[in-house]
Design a protein around this ligand. Structure first.
Ligand code: FUB
Length: 458
């Protein structure tokens, strides 16, 4: 039985096509995830890392066919660790379909994930809440029923300085409730935010929707000003924003954050500050096979203007600059990736994920690896029920300087793990690391983690 699904094969083929189309020197780091299609980014800064919550567009989708949500995290904005899918439609027994755009907020040592799904009982979109004690899950249904249900989507949650939390959502309208401190109930009624042209701009050509507001609100506060960044106009969407002096308005339309671009007719904003920089997350159709229903999340760094306004931001393939470096002398997960070609991820029997479905020539790029005065050996945790093969440790590009080669044996199972080591030389300073997987035909092996050492090999 083939291990890789047809969808997986198509996805991998798409990545290979992209690799062929992009010369090595111009290797891009946007979109953030190359192993699957992702959509609706929702970043959260917690404990020195950025956690990125996304939806998952199924391969070959011709609608927003979405069954699960995914989590990635990074300490440097370029190397992202895949944490898999800690929440899916099956988390909510009352949900039928449509694992669409949500957001996670942290409070009281817990993580609350607000998501829209279609209710099995009513057939309408409703807002559910997942809860976990870890930002990477697993998440469970906090309520066993919707928190709110009015047929509308795209929840965003903001906690004000005084502790009052607000849940906003809506398409075609815009609503909010005041959440209680438990984050899973609310006080007062569901309130509709007036969609005035002063507040949300003027849309032409659609009498039923006079303002630009479409969906995907992202509400936050900066320097005493409240921001509502949202997907505007349809279709194709652009990203616009409004500001207010209070969390419930009145809102004033402030203009465009990201103009329509990027081969997806939707876009979806998420904004955070991290280590002194500001970052704008969005989605587009940049991967091969990508489009309106096969989207990919991406990130750009930006600076607010002096008056607090947001500058116009364009999509790039280079993405945000690296914030710091990566330490190769501690265990690094193989699924920590700046860019990859032909690689997929899956749950590992030893915990976390492993990379797998590796064919000859597939590779992972890890950016800005701080080797310092030099590494002398490379160690990897590997498993193979296939052909086995070699891990080529390369620097600068997938065909760059060969610093070492580790042989991977057949271990008798795709989750039967062993540790291999090999000497390396020339890995000094801060370099982009490429782990290139070579061997015969078919799937070669899986990799769970890797680590370099300095000093003499034992
Ligand atoms: O991903 C499904 C829907 O598409 C989201 O809920 C909207 O924001 C749009 O991105």
């Amino acid at each position: 039985m083939p291990r890789r699904s047809l969808a997986g094969l198509l996805c991998a083929a798409a990545v290979v096509l992209l690799t062929a189309a992009v010369p090595a020197a111009a290797r891009a780091d946007n979109p953030i995830v190359q192993t699957i299609y992702t959509a609706d980014p929702a970043p959260l800064v917690y404990n020195g890392r950025v956690y990125l919550y996304t939806g998952h567009d199924e391969d070959n989708s011709t609608w927003f066919t979405m069954k699960e949500w995914r989590v990635y995290s990074s300490a440097d904005m370029v190397n992202w660790t895949d944490h898999g899918s800690p929440m899916s439609l099956s988390t909510f027994s009352w949900a039928k379909s449509d694992a669409w755009a949500g957001q996670v907020v942290a409070r009281n040592g817990k993580f609350y994930w607000y998501v829209p799904v279609t209710s099995r009982a009513t057939g309408r979109m409703a807002i559910g809440v997942g809860v976990s004690s870890s930002p990477t899950g697993p998440f469970t249904d906090a309520l066993g029923h919707p928190l709110a249900e009015n047929g509308e989507i795209d929840p965003t949650v903001f906690i004000d300085d005084n502790g009052q939390a607000y849940l906003y959502w809506g398409n075609p309208n815009l609503w909010y409730v005041r959440l209680n401190a438990d984050m899973i109930s609310y006080s007062g009624g569901v309130t509709q935010i007036p969609l005035t042209t002063a507040g949300f701009g003027t849309r032409t050509g659609d009498a039923s929707r006079p303002t630009l507001y479409e969906e995907g609100p992202w509400v936050y506060k900066r320097n005493g000003l409240y921001y509502n960044v949202f997907a505007a106009k349809c279709c194709s969407e652009f990203i616009g924003y409004s500001t207010a002096t209070g969390p419930t308005g009145p809102w004033t339309y402030r203009g465009t954050v990201m103009a329509t671009q990027g081969s997806s007719f939707t876009n979806h904003p998420g904004i955070v500050d991290f280590n002194g920089g500001s970052y704008f997350f969005y989605h587009n159709g940049a991967l091969p096979g990508g489009g309106g229903y096969t989207r990919s999340v991406a990130v750009e760094k930006f600076s607010y203007n002096g008056d607090g306004s947001i500058p116009a931001i364009s999509m790039t393939t280079t993405g945000a600059p690296q914030n710091g470096t990566l330490n190769p002398y501690v265990r690094q997960e193989a699924e920590t990736i700046a860019w990859s070609s032909g690689v997929e991820t899956e749950p590992a029997s030893e915990g976390g994920l492993n990379i797998g479905f590796l064919d000859n020539g597939d590779y992972v790029k890890v950016k800005g690896v701080a080797f310092g005065s030099g590494a002398t050996s490379f160690t990897a945790r590997v498993a193979s029920a296939g052909a086995g093969g070699r891990i080529e440790v390369r620097l600068g590009s997938a065909t760059g300087t060969l610093a070492g080669t580790c042989t991977v044996p057949v271990t008798g199972g795709w989750q039967t793990w062993t540790t291999v080591s090999c000497p390396v030389s020339g890995a000094t300073g801060t370099r982009d690391l490429y782990l290139r997987f070579t061997g015969g035909s078919g799937y070669l092996f899986n990799v769970n983690w890797w680590q370099f050492a300095a000093g003499s090999m034992r």
